[in-house]
Design a protein around this ligand. Structure first.
Ligand SMILES: Nc1ncnc2c1ncn2[C@@H]1O[C@H](COP(=O)(O)OP(=O)(O)OP(=O)(O)O)[C@@H](O)[C@H]1O
Length: 589
């Protein structure tokens, strides 16, 4: 769907509501029946009130006495109608509430699932704050008209019933209804068209404010240390002001429309009273009819507002739906095959003539070919920007190559199922992500096959057992949001332990131990290499000690493999490599 304007928003909004009804037909039916029943009860109530006034109250005034039996009957009937109204309101509200919240939950899940299946490139193009807004306020906005929808449907049924009742009572008084109802609809329609662009703008600004706020909070440290608080507040202030203005524009229009909608039925009541008095005098109707119709008009105002609520929410709903659909229909996700990688032995990773470029950028990798033999450790060494992280991402299929292929144990990565791929390989990135959970939760990640022994074994391999054992509650220690209670090196080791707990057959370390002491880093790699079950390791390395531990080194320069060999061989044969590693060594001292 393209972006909506005021002209087509009603049609699109009704289409969205149709989708919602199709998804939850039963709940909608329950609440719409409850609501229609409520409408009929309103009409019935008006006629009962009219009958009470005409047949009980007026004669009581005339005769100066009240019949006890008549009074009891009146009380019983009015009470009965009230009880039925309670039941109908209950059905309407419960049905509409369940429908609205079930739809919200369904689409929140769908949006989140879609996020998780979209590739990193897509995420880089979309601000996190905006994504948060898709899953929260956009989903909420989409289904906002659902709450009053059954009420509005019941109201339409009620209006038809009311017109029939009016004509059966007196055609002159019915004409007031005939004149009034189209005006109410026209007013609602006009309102929706005027409101659409305002609501769409407000919804857009909500997402913008969320995105800027998220970025500010995320970069709070930079903002603070660079003394950018005032500028950042100003930047945020611009968007907040725009959101305020958009909401004020919405409020202004509503401020004009609401009293109009509220007052029209009162004008109707007035017209009924004027015409009714004349009809009463001519003997065309009695007190009962006049009171019934006048009372009906006084109680019409509230249900008719429900139509306004639905129509008023439609623009926001359409804007939300389009933003949600933009996520749900986003393309670029990786398709997985059915292939499996049985066994638990170390796997062989092979890059065969791989080319890669990011979106419209220049080529980043060209004709990259190398192998990580099963059980061996291969170090990727190259200057900054030479393509090491890109190779790491390709190795675990975060992205697919433009040409050539990547395979594990001879199976091309696209032929593998998502679970086979995740089970066989693990990537540990340079910037660790730690969940707001305990040490155990972060390492085990709810994997049923990872028990406490497995967690400790992984922590030992990652050289994290000592610090984890020293924490106040051991594995039960909560590490705070993003692991704020841990040091950078501890966070890296925890993430490494998480990868190891899954016993991957191929481990890809993208500068994953940069914040760890060089001796500890060498100890980690040494322990991984000695591990009984064994793992093939592709490691992006900067330290000489780490590089020297590798069985093989792939030396990259500007996206091409310049040479492959042992560290000693490359030190002798490749002056560029020698300079790079020597520079790393100096920097480390
Ligand atoms: N998401 C991206 N979009 C566009 N270009 C990118 C993206 N990520 C990396 N690049 C570009 O691809 C090239 C290789 O980047 P890559 O991160 O793979 O290099 P690297 O060798 O890991 O660098 P470093 O040692 O600095 O981490 C660089 O020129 C970089 O600018």
């Amino acid at each position: 769907m393209s972006s909506s304007t005021g002209n087509d928003v009603l049609g699109r909004g009704l289409w969205v509501l149709g989708q919602a009804i199709r998804t939850e037909p039963r709940l909608f039916t329950v609440s719409a029946i409850g609501s229609s029943f409520f409408g009929f009860l309103i009409i019935a109530n008006s006629y009962v009130v009219g009958a009470v006034i005409g047949n009980v109250v007026v004669p009581a005034f005339a005769e100066r006495r009240v019949s006890a039996g008549g009074l009891a009957l009146v009380v019983a009937v009015l009470l009965g109608i009230s009880v039925l109204r309670v039941a109908s309101i209950w059905a309407r509200r419960l049905g509409a509430g369940f429908m609205q919240f079930r739809l919200q939950a369904r689409y929140r899940r769908a949006v989140t699932r879609r996020y998780l299946s979209l590739p990193p490139e897509w995420h880089q193009r979309h601000a996190t704050g905006s994504l948060l807004s898709n899953a929260s306020s956009d989903v909420e906005a989409t289904f906002a008209p659902i709450a009053p929808l059954p009420f509005a449907v019941g109201t339409i049924v009620m209006i038809v019933g009311a017109l029939v009742a009016l004509f059966l009572t007196d055609w002159v008084l019915a004409l007031v209804g005939v004149a009034l109802f189209p005006i109410l609809f026209a007013l609602n329609f006009f309102y929706s068209r005027r409101m659409a662009p305002r609501q769409i703008q407000a919804q857009r600004m909500r997402a913008k404010v969320a995105a800027v706020a998220h970025e500010s909070f995320d970069g709070a440290l930079v903002v603070k240390t660079m003394g950018r608080e005032a500028d950042e507040s100003r930047r945020f202030g611009v968007f907040v002001t725009e959101l305020r203005d958009a909401l004020v524009a919405v409020g202004r229009l509503r401020g004009v429309f609401d009293p109009l909608m509220e007052s029209l039925p009162s004008v109707g009541t007035l017209a009924v009273l004027l015409l009714g008095t004349w009809r009463l005098q001519t003997g065309a109707i009695g007190v009962t009819e006049l009171v019934s119709v006048a009372f009906l008009f006084t109680v019409l105002a509230f249900p008719v507002r429900a139509i306004g609520w639905v129509i008023g929410e439609l623009p926001r709903s359409v804007a939300g739906w389009e933003r949600v659909q933009a996520v749900l229909s986003a393309e670029g996700d990786l398709r997985y095959g059915e292939g499996d990688l049985p066994g638990s032995a170390p796997a062989e990773l092979r890059f065969d003539r791989v080319d890669y470029r990011y979106a419209d950028g220049p080529p980043v990798l060209r004709d990259v070919t190398f192998t990580v033999p099963a059980g061996k450790t291969v170090a990727l060494v190259g200057a900054t920007g030479s393509g090491k992280s890109t190779i790491a991402a390709l190795a675990v299929r975060l992205v697919d190559p433009d040409a050539g292929q990547v395979s594990v144990d001879g199976v091309k990565l696209p032929d593998l199922s998502a679970s086979a791929l995740a089970g066989a390989s693990a990537l540990v990135p340079q910037i660790p992500f730690v969940f707001d959970d305990t040490v155990r939760g972060n390492v085990a990640l709810d994997r049923p096959d990872v028990d406490d022994d497995g967690v400790w074994a992984a922590l030992r391999l990652a050289q994290a057992d000592r610090f984890a054992g020293g924490l106040p509650d051991g594995l039960d220690t909560a590490v705070g949001e993003r692991g704020t209670s841990l040091s950078g090196g501890q966070r890296q080791r925890l993430t490494l332990a998480r990868a190891l707990a899954g016993r991957p057959r191929l481990l890809v370390l993208d500068d994953a131990t940069s914040a760890v002491d060089p001796r500890v880093e060498a100890a980690i790699l040494g322990a991984l290499r000695r591990r009984d079950s064994g793992t093939s390791i592709l490691v992006v390395a900067y330290r000489r000690a780490t590089i020297a531990l590798a069985d093989q080194v792939v030396y990259l320069h500007q996206g091409r493999v310049v040479a492959t060999g042992t560290h000693v061989e490359l030190m002798e044969s490749q002056p560029g490599y020698r300079d790079l590693v020597t520079a790393y060594e100096k920097a480390d001292k």
